[in-house]
Ligand binder design. Structure first.
Ligand code: SAH
Ligand code: SF4
Length: 362
């Protein structure tokens, strides 16, 4: 039996085991991928769930050192998608049978923003006969806001911890960005009965394999329902760009991301894991490869084309001029090639969410 299989057969994987698995190359890495593929087949099957992604606005009050739409970048045109355009995109997703949408934007906490979102959620629910599943990715908010959005129809929330190592987190953010506040937001979301998703960037400057192993253990400890993680990709107009000489090659960052997806599938068998756009940015078959080793969710971009070039979190974001119809057609081909199948007209809720709730009742 190979060394990799010996490690994988343990009941519990330690940090040291995870570091060894993250360091695998060549055949050993393929052993890891095959193992994850089997775990995926057994526990979540080959269905892929679509979430139509609408990048609502690039206005952001935060200034994360890695992100292209940070408030300190003066070179971008700031937008908020018109309400009717959002509703048109939702209608498209609904009629195509996507089952769910994701509303994402820069972070704002002002009343105008939180009320606009609340009203939008109500309109979306009405437009879709309360049928569409809504995931929000709108940053850190207070408990009241999360509650109002939950009551208005949102049932899932994505808030990446970005890096679970506090010291690394501090290197990636200005001093007024608070790790504990972000962690507390994840706890609030859980308390308010959202399906909770988090994630990290992979291949960041200063990040070690030990950090990534700790990220995986952090997801487990928090008992998350969903995960969206992908490679860090540099952006010239950000402070972190100065450390680009510390980065792994794009291929290495991609493979490391794939190993993270595979390991999370092995560690948390029934969570939803997204095959992220950033993975596709570094490898044109990136999402397909992620589906093979563990992912089961894809977020086709439904943002109206005229706004897309203003939502550049990182360089070389793909499909910037592809219409929704083209995106769906290409994705379907890639998904089939990966031996998977799109599950239309289904929410594709996190099975983990239901199993942990059942456990709590017993
Ligand atoms: N403002 C919200 C949601 C939008 S940003 C928030 O921050 O939670 C969504 C995600 O984009 C972030 O969580 C971050 O992980 C990712 N991101 C930002 N800049 C990136 C970069 N340069 N490379 C890869 N991912 C990046
Ligand atoms: Fe704003 Fe999110 Fe980008 Fe940070 S990562 S600057 S919060 S959009």
């Amino acid at each position: 039996m190979s060394d990799v299989l010996k490690i994988l057969q343990k009941d519990e994987l330690s940090k040291n085991d995870l570091v060894q698995l993250l360091a695998t190359q060549g055949e050993a890495m393929q052993d890891l991928f095959h193992y994850a593929q089997n775990v995926k087949a057994q526990h979540v099957g080959n269905k892929v769930y679509f979430r139509g992604l609408i990048e609502l606005s690039n206005r952001c009050k935060k200034n994360c050192y890695y992100c292209g739409i940070r408030s300190g970048n003066p070179n971008i045109h700031r937008y908020f998608v018109d309400e009717q355009e959002v509703l048109d995109a939702v209608k498209y997703a609904y009629e195509k049978g996507f089952g769910s949408i994701v509303l994402q934007s820069g972070e704002r906490n002002d009343k105008d923003f939180t009320e606009t979102i609340e009203s939008l959620l109500k309109k979306i629910m009405k437009l879709t006969n309360n049928e569409i599943g809504i995931t929000l990715s709108l940053g850190e908010q207070d408990e009241e806001t999360y509650l109002r959005w939950r009551e208005a129809g949102a049932k899932r929330y994505l808030l990446r911890i970005e890096a679970s190592n506090r010291e690394l987190y501090a290197k990636l953010h200005p001093q007024d960005h608070d790790f504990d506040k972000r962690l507390n937001c994840l706890k609030l979301l859980r308390k308010l009965d959202y399906q909770v998703g988090t994630g990290v960037m992979i291949g960041l400057p200063f990040q070690t394999l030990g950090d990534l192993a700790d990220d995986l253990l952090f997801f487990k400890e928090l008992d998350i329902d969903m995960c969206g993680m992908g490679p860090y990709i540099e952006h010239e107009e950000t402070p972190l760009y100065q450390f680009r000489n510390l980065l792994l090659s794009k291929e290495e960052r991609f493979l490391l991301s794939l190993k993270m997806v595979a390991l999370l599938r092995i560690l948390m068998k029934n969570v939803n894991i997204a095959a992220t756009t950033a993975m596709q940015t570094l490898d044109s078959q990136g999402r397909e490869k992620a589906l093979r080793v563990g992912s089961n969710v894809i977020m086709p971009n439904l943002t109206p084309l005229k706004y897309r070039d203003d939502y550049l979190l990182y360089e070389d974001k793909p499909s910037q001029s592809e219409t929704a119809d083209e995106t769906v057609r290409l994705l379907e081909e890639h998904i089939r090639a990966a031996g998977c199948e799109v599950a239309y007209f289904q929410h594709g809720d996190s099975q983990h969410y239901f199993s942990r709730k059942n456990k709590n009742v017993q």
